[in-house]
Design a protein around this ligand. Structure first.
Ligand code: SF4
Length: 371
């Protein structure tokens, strides 16, 4: 059989037995045209047979692949069925018709997919694909916060474990954080909300709203590395570039940017405004994936890789589909409570385009919760 060597029992071969033969070339080489600016000709013969095998195996398993914006371009552009930021992936996971979901993203995203689709099989290629934000807080921490502040709503970033979501009142993403904070305050009739666990997202949201915010000392290990000096240096080296930041960056970084928003908002900005040159202050692969969609835009890439996102590889996705591993399970009681927090977010009206953060707002004090 062309494209890959099957053993007589019909089992799928090991990934390293896949070869770049004429069948593979005929089936998937057209995809190279899409990624040729971000995948080198030397890399393609290594990627193509695995991409081909994943596309076939995906059909055989009745699976859909959710690919986050931080996936490498050969995953995002060549095997991802649904691509985007965590809000979009969470919504689509709930609506997907396929029985099997492969999460090309980190563990909390796979848990979210399982919570919203409890009857589907959710696979993650690498169980160790974690997140510094998710590991900064536990369900027990949230219970302690709740006990200390029973009258305040807890707004929890989706970059958290199922247990943390379960003990929270409503989830948010970087796309809808301001909207969720304001909706929670309105619903509870309070002027203060607790927003966990990303202190920088909380501070950036606080600058956009009159609602007072208490937060937790968590941060994204990728975005916290950017400094105001980095932005000054980039601005000096590329005075013609538009600088876009993610709201997980520290506020003094965001204040120096031209635009700030979620990964979805950044992608929409580049698409709609078509700047000649853009600098995305976020995870490395995002620039590659936005570049594929916007060939007329030159990207400068200040590179901070997420080591957790980079654990997800083409070979890992292939192995996950071949062996139906690693299946993500969430305790049904925890899942039901976490689903309520996610659903409270998903029930809010959706913006047509992801909103931007106003980078000109003054910083405001955002204390940590006292627990
Ligand atoms: S980029 Fe940051 S927030 Fe996203 S998974 Fe990596 S560590 Fe977590």
């Amino acid at each position: 059989m062309d494209g890959m060597t099957f053993n007589p029992s019909g089992e799928w071969p090991e990934a390293d037995a896949l070869s770049y033969d004429d069948g593979v070339k005929a089936r998937v080489d057209h995809l190279y045209e899409r990624v040729k600016d971000v995948v080198t000709p030397m890399e393609w013969p290594k990627f193509a047979p695995v991409i081909d095998a994943i596309l076939r195996l995906k059909q055989a398993r009745g699976a859909t692949i959710l690919a986050h914006n931080y996936m490498t371009p050969e995953i995002f552009n060549c095997v991802g069925d649904i691509t985007g930021d965590s809000l979009k992936l969470a919504q689509v996971a709930a609506e997907a018709e396929e029985d099997v979901i492969v999460q090309a993203g980190v563990h909390f995203m796979a848990e979210t997919a399982k919570i919203l689709s409890p009857n589907k099989t959710v696979l993650i290629p690498d169980l160790e694909a974690g997140c510094s934000l998710a590991s900064s807080i536990t369900g027990a921490d949230v219970q302690r916060i709740k006990a200390a502040y029973p009258d305040l709503p807890i707004v929890t970033y989706v970059n958290t474990s199922a247990e943390v979501k379960a003990y929270s009142d409503i989830c948010c993403t970087s796309s809808n954080a301001v909207q969720v904070v304001e909706a929670a305050a309105r619903q509870w009739g309070v002027d203060t909300v607790i927003m966990i666990p990303d202190e920088y997202l909380a501070k950036n949201v606080a600058a956009q709203t009159d609602i007072k915010i208490l937060t937790w000392k968590g941060s994204c290990e990728v975005h916290e590395q950017f400094t105001p000096q980095d932005i000054d240096d980039l601005r000096a080296a590329h005075p013609d570039a538009i600088i876009l930041t993610h709201p997980e960056c520290p506020p003094d970084v965001m204040a120096k940017a031209d635009y700030a928003g979620s990964t979805g908002a950044m992608a929409a900005y580049v698409k709609n405004q078509a700047p000649a040159k853009a600098i995305l202050i976020t995870e490395c692969s995002m620039s590659d994936n936005v570049a594929v969609e916007n060939p007329g835009v030159t990207f400068v890439k200040p590179c901070n890789l997420c080591p957790h996102m980079k654990r997800i590889t083409l070979t890992g996705i292939y192995d996950a589909l071949r062996d139906m591993k690693h299946q993500v399970e969430v305790d049904p009681v925890i899942a039901a409570k976490a689903r309520a927090s996610l659903q409270a977010m998903l029930d809010l009206p959706k913006a047509d385009t992801p909103p931007a953060f106003d980078t000109g707002k003054d910083a405001v004090a955002v204390p940590y919760v006292a627990v």
